[in-house]
Design a protein around this ligand. Sequence first.
Ligand code: LLP
Length: 418
Amino acid sequence: MHFFQYRGNELYAEDVAVKELAETYGTPLYIYSYNTLTRHFKAYEDAYEPFPHIICYALKANTNGAILKLLARQGCGADIVSGGELYRALKAGISPNKIVYAGVGKTETEIRSALKAKVLMFNVESEDELREIDRVAGLMKTKAPVALRINPDIDARTHPYISTGMKEHKFGISIDHAVEHYRLAAKLRNIEVVGVQKHIGSQITKITPFVDAMKRILLLLDELKRLKLPIRYLDIGGGLGITYLCEKPPMPDDIAKRLLPLLKGRDLTLVMEPGRSIVGNAGILVTRTLYLKKGDGKTFVIVDAGMNDLMRPSLYDAYHHILPVRKSRRPEIKADVVGPICESGDFLAKGRKIGKVNRGEFLAVMSAGAYGMSMSSNYNSRPKVAEVMVKGKAHALVARRGTYEDLVQHEVIPGFIK
Ligand code: LLP
């Protein structure tokens, strides 16, 4: 559910016409819906309410400070994957004891900052990393709370680039070697073993992979209990999918209803790391039609948003609905919707049937809230897009449009270039 709907022929973001926003703030423009965000967060809170839990929003999906602040205010935690994300989470007021730190390549500097901030736990992905965290914690005369990320060898049945829980993936520690890693962790002086984590992939639209992975992890928990290595936090990762085309993913509640009975009688706090399912359908990207071009047997709708602003179609061949901001009665055309970047891979849609658009008209790329702005770049020296948030009738800029000065301000010309 989201609050981007037509009223008559006009697309609205909550109670504001998208056209008005596009004209006020310019395009390309990301628009986020406050009420969609809070609704999605609440869906998780309500679903897991019967069991002790912490919802750690996966920052990588969208790091906009206003979104983080809004979630922090609702009591949300954070799943971070870098020192930069730690900085953003703390800046937004997310409580450190609700921050979990994932990623296969944490550096010493990053480990130090996370220990200093006193994050809830590190989700550790290898023996080398475990030893490094132990070493750094020792230098800092502290103990590092650690969960091991276990790769349960479950097929998430999603796009290969965003599937992470199988043996061939770089992520986590194979479930077959989990116990020996836990034994080692328990011996390391500056490590405190507190949890188990798993994350099997993203844009998962079936319940079964979540349930199967959970069952495997619970067998491991039983084994760890026998070995007197008790676990306090069970972190089940993120990965719940959203509707881009006609997928019918389960709701958080549907999954909770299957998972919570499996946890009966266990003295645990459940941690989860949703990203896409919180922000994905809470954001759209609005773009202006610059030109129409008839190629040989092909029509191109050339718009002012490119792959640098939303790279999912180019990178994953991902589908996003493209809707006219104002519906017309004109006949449909079949077209490639492409951006201004100098790459053939720069497209938002290929061979798409859309209502015929005229130059200057706006199009809305739907479900763009997750992995849209956060994966954007300045390629072709295009400044970053502006972002606005709408709450009912109110709207405000939550990130200003980048400038040409922004493009170069961090660069330095060395003295030897005369
Ligand atoms: N936890 C971990 C350890 C992760 O690696 C991820 C996503 C999440 C949580 C959040 O997953 P979500 O709930 O958003 O599915 N750029 C890709 C998605 C990459 C996901 C990476 N990890 C895309 O645009 O589809």
